[in-house]
Design a protein around this ligand. Structure first.
Ligand code: 4AD
Ligand code: MG
Length: 465
């Protein structure tokens, strides 16, 4: 019967019966003693399984000795303790079938040597066969599962909010349009404008930038809810922290304020990072050795240390008196750049910091106005090495305040009619946040670019694969 690399290496395959392993060749080495060592990976664990293929195999010269990186094989044999160091078990093969050859080994891009992350993005369809993308994928999976487990254990319901939306949830105008209109022959109104009543939905429609507004409506009925899905932003920023398509986790809690929101964010982050340390030791050891020295201690510190909470106003004072020269100067009222966020987390606090109560001008329309009339009940979690990874707030639950903000920001109130209803019928204080999934995976793995922690990255000018 078939066993995975993970089952074999963790001692779960029988020692007294033939075992089959199916996977892809990483490396082949022929020894003078007339044996070949073929390392086979099926992606279930960081380490491949060493398969020892004796010259006595019928296809030894005709096939085994022609195996190259990437060939798909099915190996059958006995699992024995391995004399080699770094692996507890290996397979003594009695059969090694080739399922799929690499037709031209010279053109196969994934060679058994280090490749740059930039090169691997150019072969995004084959990069899952590398150590780094394989390890990232397992960590990403573990984080996703831990997120669902955390919310499930705490009584939250997972709400599948829509991908296609009509409203701009962030009011930032970074929307991708969804349309079936013929671009070469657009229907026009008598005034010459594009006639969106002729479009599929009878009005303009977009890919969602956030599930928040929709999830708020479920929050104000089911109390503890969250979304976890893809979101889309047409922000033209070519940075290591921005994707045009990224995944976001957005919990929303009813009868809750900003302090409870911040505590939820801290508890979630601690829970999911601990899961990675507990479940992905081999993968994390690889990231520690090859990607970021100290990454394990960095993640462990987030699990262990209480997050510092600080007001925006205090952060500005700290930044203004910092010795470090910033590219962008700061004063009260300016939006923080990642250099400022990182200074606060790395240099000032030496750990994650939850920044609260930002000026209303730099935050979204739905955030609750504080009594000072100048700041809103916003909170961002800033992490060393990356900056903002969580953005959240207490929501404006008072209709008159919400309407004033929509008007001040020049947004069209008609687009938010149903959202206003939530303030007209049984409104309560409520709060939530968005955790950027790719920024979290980047943080945990030490991979410094979000393009390398999502299977197929979407960035300006790049939607290949
Ligand atoms: O701060 P943001 O824009 O907040 C919202 O979307 C709120 N609606 C969330 C809420 O309160 N329910 O985004 C939240 C997080 C950011 O902190 C960041 O981690 C991530 O989403 N993020 C991105 N990640 C990758 N690429 C982008 N272009 C991102 N934009 C935001
Ligand atoms: Mg934000």
């Amino acid at each position: 019967t078939s066993f995975s690399c993970n089952a074999i290496l963790s001692g779960r395959a029988p020692a007294d019966a033939p075992v089959t392993l199916k996977g892809w060749v990483r490396t082949r080495r022929d020894s003078k003693a007339g044996l070949s060592f073929v390392h086979i990976s099926d992606g279930s664990s960081f380490h491949p399984v060493q398969v020892v293929a004796p010259a006595a195999l019928a296809n030894y010269a005709s096939e085994v000795q022609k195996l190259t990186a990437g060939c798909a094989v099915e190996a059958t044999g006995t699992i024995v303790p391995s004399p080699a160091k770094g692996q507890p078990f290996e397979m003594q093969a009695t059969d090694l079938k080739v399922v799929g050859w690499v037709e031209d080994p010279d053109t196969y891009p994934i060679q058994p040597k280090p490749h740059t992350m930039e090169f691997l993005r150019e072969v995004a369809h084959l990069r899952p066969r590398t150590n780094s993308i394989g390890a990232m994928t397992r960590v990403r999976h573990t984080l996703a599962m831990a997120i669902h487990r955390f919310f499930h254990e705490n009584g939250f319901l997972w709400i599948h909010t829509p991908i296609i939306t009509a409203a701009d949830a962030e009011g930032a105008g970074e929307l991708f349009r969804v349309s079936t209109l013929d671009f070469a022959n657009l229907p026009r109104t008598p005034e010459g404008k594009v006639d969106f009543t002729k479009d599929f939905f009878g009005k303009e429609a977009f890919l969602t930038v956030s599930g928040q507004l929709n999830v708020e409506s479920y929050c104000l009925a089911l109390s503890k809810v969250y979304t976890f899905g893809p979101t889309f932003r047409a922000e033209n920023s070519n940075t290591s922290r921005h994707l045009a398509e990224f995944w976001m986790i957005e919990p929303e809690i009813a009868f809750a304020d900003l302090a409870q929101d911040a505590s939820l964010a801290e508890a979630l982050l601690k829970y999911i990072l601990k899961a990675v340390l507990d479940e992905r030791g081999d993968d994390m050891a690889f990231f520690e050795e090859r990607i970021e020295k100290g990454v394990i201690a960095k993640v462990q510190a987030i699990v262990d240390k209480e997050f510092v909470r600080m007001d925006y106003t205090e952060a500005i004072t700290i930044l203004e008196s910092a010795k470090q020269k910033f590219e962008y100067p700061v004063k009260w009222g300016t939006d923080l750049q990642s250099e400022h966020e990182r200074y606060l987390a790395e240099k000032h606090v030496g750990g994650p910091v939850i920044l609260m109560n930002y000026p209303k001008e730099i935050k979204a329309f739905y955030m609750r106005m504080n009594d000072d009339g100048k700041t809103v009940a916003a909170m961002d979690v800033l992490a060393p090495g990356i900056g903002e990874i969580v953005g959240g707030s207490q929501r404006e639950e008072r209709l008159d305040h919400l309407d004033a903000r929509i008007a001040q920001m020049g947004l069209d109130p008609h687009g938010y009619g149903w959202y206003r209803d939530l303030r007209r019928y049984g409104s309560v204080p409520h709060a939530g946040f968005g955790l950027g999934f790719e920024r979290t995976v980047a943080y945990v793995t030490g991979l410094s670019n979000v393009r390398d922690v999502i299977p197929f990255p979407r960035t300006p000018g790049n939607a290949r694969y």
